[in-house]
Design a protein around this ligand. Sequence first.
Ligand code: 2NL
Length: 359
Amino acid sequence: MDDLSTIRSEALSAVSAAADLAALEAARVAALGKKGSVTGLMKTLGGLAPEQRKEFGARVNQLKGEVEAALEARRGALSSSALAARLVSEKVDISLPARPEGQGSLHPIGQVMDELAAIFGEMGFTWADGPDIEDDWHNFTALNIPPDHPARQMQDTFYLPPRADGTPIVLRTHTSPVQARTMLRPEVQKMLADGGALRIIVPGRTFRIDNDATHTPMFHQVEGLVIDRTTHMGHLKGCLVDFCRAFFEIDDLPLRFRPSYFPFTEPSAEVDIGCSWKDGELRIGAGGSWLEILGSGMVHPKVLANCGLDPEIYQGFAFGMGIDRIAMLKYGISDLRSFFDSDLRWLHHYGFSALESVR
Ligand code: 2NL
């Protein structure tokens, strides 16, 4: 019994004296470990007479419980003071300015698409989208492109394995199939029948098997389409003059309309803008030279008919241009292929801040 009370006071004072978690663990081992003082008392039970064992055993068990409770209480106190000490010593200085994040930039092609959307948006056009992978009906047939047209040849167009029913599949060679799909939509047909007007621009990726200094197999086009019952060549001219002057930001930019040919328009016109050359460098604006910028025309009656519109009732104009090309002209980018190199230094030089975007 003397032993028991000595062991009790020693064990409990070691626990309460423990200054940190390591000292507390040492106190636990000294009392309850394999060779600990309380464990030692347990071991003496076997040598006692049954009567004594019962009474003494109960006291040793109670002691063990007491030591365990003291250990637990002390562990709790030490952990919270350790946390409190960390909270004091490990302060985060929230007044420090943040490290600057690397700023991303918008690719010039995306920037120019946004500019196109803003300029044509003011004229009442909306942006239409469609698939990059097309069947040859939407890409060629609907647009009155004859079977012997060079665009239909294997060496000009990326053909994909045909559909199960034999339909030839291509990577679209222009964005025109999106206009065809839009005209064919029942709600568009109804809107036109009700006397409305369709005005869309279609910016997007296009694909042809060219690959040299001025052609990449993937490039970008924007086409525009207006359909109603009265839109004529004069509207085409006014629209494209306004667009070119707004895009190049030159109020008196001269334009020249030249007769041309496209299978999907009749009559057709190519549009040149005024420019000049000085020391081998191009300057856009009045200057006596001309630069071809886009193709246009009145939508061919066969195209209207193919798209479910009676050419005796409906008419309109369409136009198309290369986005990569007008981006190069506006922003002084000399090599077409650099657009698609994904060189971050190039992008930081020619790219645009998201905060400057017109969107
Ligand atoms: C060019 C010329 C052009 C069109 C595209 C078009 C679309 C439909 C109907 C009629 Cl659905 N026309 N598109 C018209 C004239 C010219 O593009 O040089 N593009 C780079």
